[in-house]
Design a protein. Structure first.
Length: 337
């Protein structure tokens, strides 16, 4: 009995300390809603300094381009003239400084680390050196002194969209420039089961359903202009390259199982038209969650055998109507059916 009383008093003191902490640090308000972590990243922070410097030097750039075109007018074409004006554009319209600083602060909290060498498990982050085209795998021995946050920022530097990230005097861009999915890194570590998540697939429109907009004699994408066409080309290139790589990896590594998770192309026009869009992230996350459940349900027999080969078990298939919803989607009413 005495022992129980002492334990009860300890619990009371612990609860009192907890209440005092909560009193000092008020709970976040729910109404009005505060900005989310993703909003705090400043993911689309404009590259104003470089844009301004390019504008200042614009007269000199234009004058040199016109002079060069005039001196070589017999051989030069209008295309050459337009290409010479490329110096007016910045190396990227947005910066990744916000992502890097947010991730650095988050990884520096208690229980986390921003140092590859302190991780309990292996982490590989891939980027490409812009000036040489060489792939650099951060996290490998010899490449593990760079902070994780810096490596992640470099791997996210989509060319043209984000300014290259400079590390130790070298400019880096998105590692997807060389390979869509660097599955070879997992195979190098002798992984028997590789899960590949690919969110970028070509859009697919059913033109027979009357998708010709505004009576124009153009298809669904061509009517939207150049950016939509380039986006589809980008998707086609990455996806075809991924499919080619998967076939080769499976042929060369028959003992390794590679399971691919990706959305269906016909779903893209509704949910994922812009890969850089963040406003619809909750709907996209809900769609990804439920479409993954559907894949596991449709291929339950095959995937069960695959996972069992590696000492893992899948739970029995669950009907989508009974599947749990993500709390964020349920709260905002944005879940997809």
């Amino acid at each position: 009995m005495r022992r129980l009383r002492r334990r009860f008093r300890r619990l009371l003191r612990r609860d009192a300390r907890r209440q005092r902490r909560l009193a000092v640090r008020p709970l976040p308000e729910r109404d009005p809603p505060r900005t989310s972590d993703l909003d705090q990243l400043s993911l689309f922070r404009p590259n104003l300094r470089e844009i301004a410097s390019r504008l200042v030097s614009a007269p000199v750039t234009v004058a040199r381009s016109l002079q060069d075109f005039y001196q070589n007018r017999r051989d030069a074409t209008v295309t050459d003239l337009v290409a010479s004006f490329a110096g007016l554009l910045p190396s990227g319209f947005f910066l990744l400084d916000g992502l890097e600083s947010w991730l650095s602060a988050w990884l520096s909290e208690e229980g986390r680390t921003n140092d590859f060498r302190d991780l309990l498990h292996k982490l590989r982050v891939v980027a490409v050196a812009l000036d040489t085209g060489e792939t650099r795998v951060f996290g490998e021995p010899g490449n593990d002194t760079v902070p994780i946050s810096k490596a992640v920022a470099a791997s996210c530097a989509l060319p043209g969209f984000f300014r290259p990230v400079r590390i130790d005097g070298v400019d880096y861009i998105d590692g997807g420039v060389r390979k869509t999915a660097h599955i070879s890194l997992a195979l190098k570590e002798r992984c028997g089961l590789v899960l590949c998540v690919n969110p970028i697939v070509p859009a697919r429109y059913d033109l027979a359903s009357g998708l010709l907009p505004d009576g124009r004699e153009q298809g669904a994408l061509a009517s939207r202009g150049l950016l939509s066409i380039l986006d589809q080309v980008f998707r086609l290139t990455l996806h075809s390259r991924l499919q080619y790589g998967l076939r080769r990896y499976r042929r060369e590594n028959p003992d390794t199982d590679i399971v691919l998770f990706e959305p269906k192309p016909e779903e893209l026009p509704r949910l994922m038209r812009n890969i850089m869009r963040t406003s619809g992230r909750i709907r996209i996350a809900e769609f990804a969650y439920r479409s993954t459940l559907k894949k596991l349900d449709d291929e339950y027999g095959r995937l069960t055998r695959v996972f069992e080969r590696h000492g893992m078990r899948l739970r029995p298939a669950v009907s989508l109507s009974k599947a749990p919803r993500r709390p964020e989607a349920a709260r905002t009413g944005t879940g997809s059916g």
